[in-house]
Design a protein around this ligand. Structure first.
Ligand code: FAD
Length: 517
């Protein structure tokens, strides 16, 4: 990560005559990362963000009480090299609040109790991971632990080639193929799958789990988690924007791009059309929009090109992020918790874990509600339900997780009553639905993730879904933006283009058939 960052200021640095004007569509983490590295390389990027807030899936806004509402509960991992590198470069690394090196799981059979994987300081990877699992007595028996290890060994020995080869299998199929004990699904994989991609393990590609595990097994602090010390638009996006603008770039809010206008004969870009009617002409163009929007924005002339047709295989997964304020402190820990409940993925008491949201009098739980539609593995389309129905269902789950603290049958805040045992009272909530979030990493998707280099001259893709070794995540978005900047910086100094990633034969055939019709 650091070497690539440095290259923008050294080997990839453009001379004044090589400087390019670059129009970047989208001010999420990927668009901002792309612009940041382009200014480092001596270029002049302009980020066009549709909304009045930066950050896309990490965006946040204040309600009428001044409380922050976030699009998603976001966790940083030690194994996020590009994010860590960027935080250091922006001088904001002290904004990450690192938590004790531990994973905390709610116990399904023992409501109100938790169990942990503890990583002992000073023990290097992968032994710290192995030991953390061996030391936990509550989740798997010794025999089950022994049965779990051998199928994972090739990942350590063969590395990425083994990991990539498992993309056609779901987690459940992999487990069965390699004889892993069934209980590991309930104990670990459901929690992991829902945390990594908001879907159940029978839907998730095994490559995703192995990629994460591989990073965690190779880096001693890979699984250590951090929370940002406040809302992302101000604490991360703003310093990125300042960095870009101080070095000659621009970041514009409320600037939705309506159309990519191309030459009808050769398909090259003529300009971007802002919704305001303004035309944007640049030397290079980058899409840092989410995949579902890119598909809708494709000029007709490009739609049947195999490179763009493969995007039909990628689709954003729905997810719901909840904020629930209670009138008193719950017995929460200063960490992320894996709920292991059917409705919820991870949650945290942000009044404890995050400096800006600190409160000594009440708790604010931020919870990720997943899976929330049949494509994610659930059998209820929660994304289509009302906020009240979602909160009611969540209160039921919370009553199970905190049996002595949250009452089950209370209707919150409809009656506003204190629970029968003086339990905590829900005083306010906010529900954020994201109908299309990160791409669904169902089996076989990796081969359709497009390279940043596209077949269209001077048009490059960024965004967490593009081809890079991390799945849809803050690290993936940051790296993808950086790789898109690399494509442009390379081209600007006259180096040959990085090749376009090979497109699957069946996509090429389908495109031909379509053309013949
Ligand atoms: P986006 O964030 O989607 O940014 C795209 C931007 O393009 C948006 O700002 C959008 O407004 C803009 N745009 C779209 N169309 C136009 C247009 N026509 N003109 C101009 N602008 C346009 N990742 C982690 O690493 N750890 C986590 O714990 C984690 N938790 C998550 C929890 C939730 C609930 C969600 C939803 C996501 C979570 N993620 C997490 C994933 C992470 O947020 C994303 O992978 C990442 O932020 C994606 O960044 P991006 O720049 O690729 O896309």
């Amino acid at each position: 990560a650091e070497a690539l960052s440095t290259s923008f200021r050294t080997t990839l640095k453009a001379s004044p005559s090589q400087k390019k004007r670059v129009a970047i569509i989208g001010g999420g983490l990927s668009g901002l990362s792309c612009a940041k590295y382009l200014v480092d390389a001596g270029h002049e990027p302009v980020v066009y963000e549709a909304r009045d807030v930066l950050g896309g899936k990490v965006s946040a806004w204040q309600d009428e009480d001044g409380d922050w509402i976030e699009t998603g509960l976001h966790i940083f991992f030690g194994a996020y090299p590009n994010v860590m590198n960027m935080f250091a470069e922006l001088g904001i690394h002290d904004r990450l609040q690192w938590k004790i090196h531990q994973m905390i799981f709610a116990m399904q059979e023992l409501p109100g109790e938790f169990t942990t994987f503890d990583f002992i300081p000073g023990i290097p990877a992968p032994f710290n991971f192995g030991l953390a699992i061996l030391m936990n007595q509550k989740m798997l028996t010794f025999a089950e632990k022994l049965q779990t290890a051998p199928p994972l060994l090739p990942m350590l020995l063969e590395g990425q080639s083994f990991i990539d080869a498992q993309d056609e299998l779901s987690v459940t199929q992999f487990m069965r193929k390699y004889g892993m004990p069934e209980r590991i699904n309930e104990e670990v994989f459901i929690a992991m799958a829902k945390a990594l991609d908001f879907i159940d393990p029978d839907k998730l590609s095994m490559t995703v789990v192995l990629t994460a595990m591989n990073r965690f097994l190779n880096e001693s602090n890979g699984l250590q988690m951090a929370f940002l010390d406040g809302n992302q638009p101000e604490r991360w996006c703003k310093p990125s924007m300042d960095y870009i603008q101080q070095r000659g770039g621009k970041v514009l809010l409320n600037s939705p791009i309506q159309e990519i206008v191309v030459d009808p004969d050769d398909g090259t870009i003529q300009h971007l059309l802002l919704r305001s009617g303004e035309k944007i002409v640049a030397d290079e163009y980058v899409s840092a929009m989410p995949v579902d929007i890119v598909k809708r924005m494709l000029p007709k002339r490009w739609q049947n090109m195999p490179y763009f047709r493969q995007l039909d295989e990628l689709e954003g997964i729905p997810v719901i992020n909840l904020h629930m304020w209670f009138n008193r402190k719950l017995k929460a820990v200063d960490h992320l918790c894996f709920s292991r409940s059917p409705l919820l993925s991870v949650y945290a008491d942000m009044s404890v874990t995050c400096k800006e949201y600190k409160s000594d009098t009440g708790s604010m739980l931020e919870l990720v509600f997943a899976p929330c539609s049949p494509i994610a593995g659930g059998n209820i389309n929660w994304i289509g339900k009302s906020d009240e129905e979602i909160i009611d269902a969540t209160m039921g789950e919370l009553a199970r997780l905190f049996p002595t603290e949250i009452a089950k049958d209370e209707k919150w805040p409809a009656t506003g009553k204190q629970g029968p045992m003086g339990e905590a009272k829900l005083v306010k909530y906010a529900v954020v639905k994201v109908p299309r979030s990160v791409y669904a990493a169902i089996p076989g998707r990796n081969k359709y993730r497009p390279s940043q280099t596209s077949p269209i001259p001077h048009f490059t893709l960024a965004g967490d879904y593009t081809s890079q070794k991390f799945l849809g995540s803050m690290e993936g978005a940051t790296l993808a933006g950086k790789l898109a900047a690399e494509v442009i910086a390379n081209r600007a100094i006259g180096n040959p283009d990085k090749p376009v990633k090979e497109v699957q034969q069946h996509i090429i055939e389908a495109a031909k058939t379509h053309l013949a019709r």
